[in-house]
Design a protein around this ligand. Structure first.
Ligand code: NAD
Length: 357
């Protein structure tokens, strides 16, 4: 079980450090991961002039899973586009064929006040959004800005092939099988032919998963329903652009960006696991970042790449335990709780893991 560890920039090294310690603490349970660290993002630009250097490419390709902190920072915002840290992220996703992005939005009862919605609307919220990650209007050709009839026009192309839709549909049906067997596919078939094909193919794929209840929803309604009654959803699947927007919306329902993990998978179960937040340059180096989203990303890694459901559940259980104990990093702090730093939070998760043994 080989893991390529990419701490990245900003708070990346701090939060990944804690996640690696959690993985090491699982050794006693027979989870033996071989971990190698490499550079991605701004730190790679500094060291090698390339946000996704050859050495990182080699290690990432050879690994079964990749654990990433976050990339980027204001220092890199003025670099030419091909040297920006985000290019490293897009590069590794494309290079590893990571087409399925899984983003859970879970609201822990202890953090119900962090949501901007009323507690009764969100307590118990547990949604999984599956976003297609390598197609759609973000990659479609032709694209660009050109002059037509004496003025500039901007062009992008929304395009999905049947095989691209079918493979993301399969991942979603499988994910729904591991949960409460309900899948909602989101499209805009009333206006966009591309998404009519999406609906047709997802509907056809449902025949292979008769135990999962499939429903469809138009994206505008889905955006509304997510804030009106989010608990009606279990697994949602959608294309790259709609998924970009809906998954951010869903994560905000929980109000705690430092708590949410994600997985991006290829066709064989290899995955890149990372928190959904960025590199938080405003708090980097201060030891105050919340490491829980990254620690929860390791649970997703154990579940989706290594098939270690029991270990994944133990990590998630340990996170719940530290929240119950009242430990909070600054981003989720409330009066009456105990404020802790990054390291102390990592220590507490490891102690909870050991105590549960
Ligand atoms: P951000 O997610 O880094 O930060 C937004 C706010 O949330 C900040 O106030 C930050 O302090 C806070 N925050 C984020 N993670 C936290 C954590 N674990 N603990 C405590 N607080 C946390 O978003 P941003 O400020 O828009 O972007 C900063 C940089 O990150 C930019 O360069 C951006 O391009 C990059 N970025 C990278 C990724 C990625 O690597 N996947 C994703 C988003 C943004």
């Amino acid at each position: 079980m080989k893991v390529c560890v990419l701490p990245g920039d900003g708070i990346g090294p701090e939060i990944v450090g804690e996640a690696v310690r959690v993985l090491e603490a699982l050794r006693g349970d027979g989870i033996r991961l071989e971990m190698e660290t490499a550079l991605l993002g701004g730190c790679a630009v500094d060291a090698a002039g390339d946000p996704y250097p050859e050495e990182t490419r080699r290690l990432a390709r050879a690994a079964d899973a990749v654990l990433l902190g976050a990339v980027g920072g204001p220092r890199y915002d003025t670099l030419p586009r091909e040297q920006r840290p985000e290019r490293g992220l897009l590069g590794i996703r494309k290079d590893l064929g990571l087409f399925a992005n899984l983003r859970p939005a879970v609201l822990y009862p202890e953090l119900a006040n962090a949501s901007s919605l009323k507690p009764e609307v969100v307590v118990g919220l547990d949604i999984l959004i599956v976003r297609e990650l390598t197609g759609d209007i973000y990659f479609g050709e032709p694209r660009g800005i050109e002059t037509r009839g004496g003025e500039r026009v901007g062009i992008n192309t929304m395009i999905y092939s049947e095989s691209e839709i079918r493979r993301i549909a399969r991942v979603s049906f499988e994910a729904a099988r591991k949960r409460s067997r309900r899948l909602c596919s989101v499209d805009k078939m009333n206006v966009l032919e591309c998404t009519q094909l999406w609906r047709d193919v997802v509907t056809d794929e449902a025949k292979n998963h008769p135990d999962v209840e499939l429903s469809h929803m138009l994206v505008d309604n889905a955006a509304m329903q997510l804030v009106r009654n989010p608990k009606q959803f279990d697994v949602m699947v959608t294309g790259n652009m709609f998924g970009d927007i809906l998954s951010d919306e869903a994560s905000m329902l929980t109000g705690s960006i430092g708590m949410l993990p994600s997985a991006s998978l290829d066709e064989k179960g290899k995955g890149l696991y990372e928190p959904i937040h960025g590199s938080a340059p405003d708090i980097a180096g201060q030891g105050v970042a919340n490491p829980l989203a990254t620690i929860l990303s390791t649970a997703m890694m154990l579940r989706y790449t290594f098939g270690q459901e029991a270990a994944a559940a133990r990590v998630e259980g340990a996170v719940k335990q530290v929240l119950r104990q009242g430990l909070r990093t600054a981003d989720i702090f409330e009066a009456g709780m105990k404020k802790v730093g990054t390291r102390e939070m990592g220590d507490a998760v490891i102690a909870a893991l050991r105590a549960a043994n």
